[in-house]
Design a protein around this ligand. Sequence first.
Ligand SMILES: [Fe+2]
Ligand SMILES: [Fe+2]
Length: 197
Amino acid sequence: MNTKTLQELFLSELADMYDAEKRIVKALPKMAKAATCTDLKGAIERHLQETLGHVTKLEQVFQCFDMGAKGKTCEATKGLLEEGDEIAADFKGSPAINAAIIAAAQKVEHYEMASYGCLHEWAGLLGNKKAASLLEKILDEEKAANEGLTKLAVAKSNPEALCESCDTENARQPDRGSVRTPLARRRGLRSMGVSPR
Ligand SMILES: [Fe+2]
Ligand SMILES: [Fe+2]
């Protein structure tokens, strides 16, 4: 029988996230540089500062279990960040670049949210209140970062991406009213046989 324990599972996932956060610290400045929206650059730079804090908090969580901090290659984050690099290169110069960067960043945030959700729950089950509290703080920051990115995407980056790429069929979003841009309007008028003014 496999005798591995919940604490071993917890420490293994903790090592995975320690490696993930260090990779994210290296990746976020590249994402901020690739973004062309000032608000998005700002959001990424603020999350970089939080992410540096996550590395420190994880070191404190290791201490809560009398362990030194140790990373274990997080293949998932490595892959998500590689995909992020790829999509940023593919959409460089496009009106969809900021929407692409937000999508890549949100994939990482969701991985972090899933991981910290489990780690927080397990720390509680293992009776380590201090570790649970540190992990909850990280989880809350990941959730807030993700929500901030959603707001930016909805308010700015997605409409910008649509601006130069939409056709008249999908230019209208029923829930939020028309987001037709002058370009989309011109195309719409032409398709109806009317010369745009
Ligand atoms: Fe993080
Ligand atoms: Fe994050």
